[in-house]
Design a binder for this molecule. Sequence first.
Ligand code: HEM
Length: 429
Amino acid sequence: MEMSSFRLISSFGRVPSLGSTISKKFISTGPAIRPFLLGPLSRNASRLTTKSKLFLPFMKQQGLRHTMTAAPPPNVSMPLSRNMERLIGGWLAGCAGMCFGAVVLGGVTRLTESGLSMVHWKLFGERPPTSMDEWQLEFERYKQFPEFKIKNKDITLDEFRWIWYMEYGHRTWGRAIGAVFYIPAAIFWMKGHFSPLMKKRTVFLGGLLAFQGLLGWYMVKSGLESRFHGESDVPRVSQYRLAAHLGSAFVLYSYLLWCSLDYLLPVQQLQRSKELLRFKRLAHMCKGLVFITAISGAFVAGLDAGLVYNSFPKMGDKWIPDDVLEYKPTWTNFTENPTTVQFDHRILGVTTFSTIMACWAISRRLNIPRRARLACNVMAIAALAQVGLGISTLLTYVPTPLAASHQSGSLILLSIAFWLTHELKRIPK
Ligand code: HEM
């Protein structure tokens, strides 16, 4: 009989990925022997190997086949109740949702040109000025920096206050994510609710979250340096640091989402087939392409490259504009020449869209689980909307609401691609 892996379900709760393989016949043996075999697993997975040996003669007698790994893999610990799984999954999803909010807020802060209004950074204890004198002092500090000297000479105190609050809101939201992540993480950890795998994930996520804050300040600093000269030189943050900050936010968000899906949407084991494996690879490719296109979008945003060649599908009256390789050395065109950066983003956007559509078309003739099919359909719709938003943003000279929706759209598309690959996780390699 063909062997196939199953997720073991006991009366005590689910045992995630025990790494054991049990034949279908064994699973369908009926309630009489299941508690014997699954009880010990659910109560203490580490005693699995010893205890299960006791049942081998009995299983042989029943004609049952059974293979088990010598020791449980490192991601196994005390099983959680379904409610606890939901709680941890909900907490991770909440943190992911807050990261999503931070990305949107960050985008609006950049688009309203508010990001360089706070010219200092403190990890804790940053608070808004409380009196007119304090506001005046803060305004004087801002006046020492290039954004005021070159671009905002006419700004009033009230206008300054508004852009200051935008940046303050983004920073404070970031700190709130820290509180919502670190405090429950410490409680779950101390109460023994984390498996060894989840502990590693928590350390990684916690580190990335702290890194994200530091990277944010490193990015802002690049817009405060005195490297801007003359009226035509718009003070802005480095496009490299902007792309790094956005990219790392996307990684943080995606990993939080992935971990939460592990708890909230347990996936079912799928039969291995060549077509399914190929489809799974294609789904991963879509996910990778969305990520790369989004990073290239950050370069477009960082260089204000959405304001050159506001036509589609051609750039001006050419498919490939003349100044596409104007900068020397040549490689700098890909990260510093607004024309090339926009050209690359278009190509990547259209390639991502086409790959997603191919993935959707292939999914229509495959026998995949209902949730995976739904994810695939939703991904195709989101890709269509995302490209539509991108083109509209370009044709209308980057108005804030459209550009902000295009940015959020990329994160929604990425989330759906993660959801799809999560649904396909259980296709054996
Ligand atoms: C799957 C496809 C696409 C994805 C995932 C994507 C993603 C992104 C991202 C993440 C940004 C940065 C936003 C920011 O930081 O504010 C961006 C910017 C931009 N994208 Fe796309 N994009 C896609 C397709 C397109 C297409 C097809 C076009 C138009 C031809 C386009 C035009 C733009 C423009 C003009 C900007 C600059 C907006 C700004 O300055 O804020 N995008 N894109």
